[in-house]
Ligand binder design. Structure first.
Ligand SMILES: CC(C)(COP(=O)(O)OP(=O)(O)OC[C@H]1O[C@@H](n2cnc3c(N)ncnc32)[C@H](O)[C@@H]1OP(=O)(O)O)[C@@H](O)C(=O)NCCC(=O)NCCS
Length: 175
């Protein structure tokens, strides 16, 4: 199944082309809990928010015409990088890519697709580091990110209705 996977890169100018694909993959991945989860229902708002950033960067994995998963992020605003409250002193080169989303549909889980997507996204960046937020109640996902080179530097809750997140950073380029 994965041998046919093709990874395609997209940017800010492609948002209207890929928007429905991202929303469709998200709805599939979170189908069971969407109805009673107000935070997840806001996903289209988040897609538009991230996609409106001129530095938005997205990779979608296709198995033929089927989207298998995607990942995206954008440069963190200077002074408001996710690690700001947690790293003292701040790194000499503060530029940070905010790795916002990674989702892989069930048939393509445990196939290396998630790691390939992440690496493809990061290999296209020139920032010295990436940062991510992962729900603290998902320790297995946190462990997955640790295995990809991330380390936890603190915890945050960016919105009152959002989960508490572990803040993790990784040096770029990835090893
Ligand atoms: C995160 C993801 C891309 C990883 O894909 P993968 O590399 O193929 O790895 P897996 O799907 O096997 O996930 C690794 C482990 O984390 C667990 N996990 C994954 N997503 C999880 C979630 N949202 N909540 C709780 N546990 C989760 C898996 O059950 C798995 O545990 P297991 O080894 O006991 O089976 C994929 O699981 C996914 O799309 N999850 C849903 C979306 C998501 O949570 N994205 C991350 C947001 S920070």
């Amino acid at each position: 199944m994965t041998s046919a996977l093709e990874l395609r890169h997209y940017g800010h100018d492609d948002l209207s082309e890929i928007r429905q694909t991202l929303i469709g993959v998200h709805a599939d991945v979170h189908a069971e809990r969407m109805a009673d989860d107000e935070f997840r229902q806001k996903f289209p708002w988040f897609v538009d928010h991230w996609g409106s950033n001129p530095g938005f960067s997205c990779v979608i994995a296709y198995d033929g015409d089927e989207p298998a998963g995607f990942t995206y992020g954008a440069p963190g605003p200077e002074g408001r990088e996710w690690w700001r409250e947690h790293l003292d002193p701040a790194p000499e080169m503060p530029r940070t890519f905010h790795f916002s989303e990674l989702m892989v549909r069930e048939p393509w889980r445990k196939t290396g697709t998630a790691e390939r997507l992440h690496r493809a996204l990061m290999d296209a960046r020139d920032e010295p580091r990436a940062a991510l937020l992962v729900d603290v109640t998902h320790p297995k996902v946190e462990a997955l990110y640790a295995s990809w080179g991330y380390r936890k530097v603190g915890e945050d809750q960016p919105f009152p209705d959002s989960p508490v997140y572990a803040v993790m950073i990784a040096d770029l380029p990835l090893r």
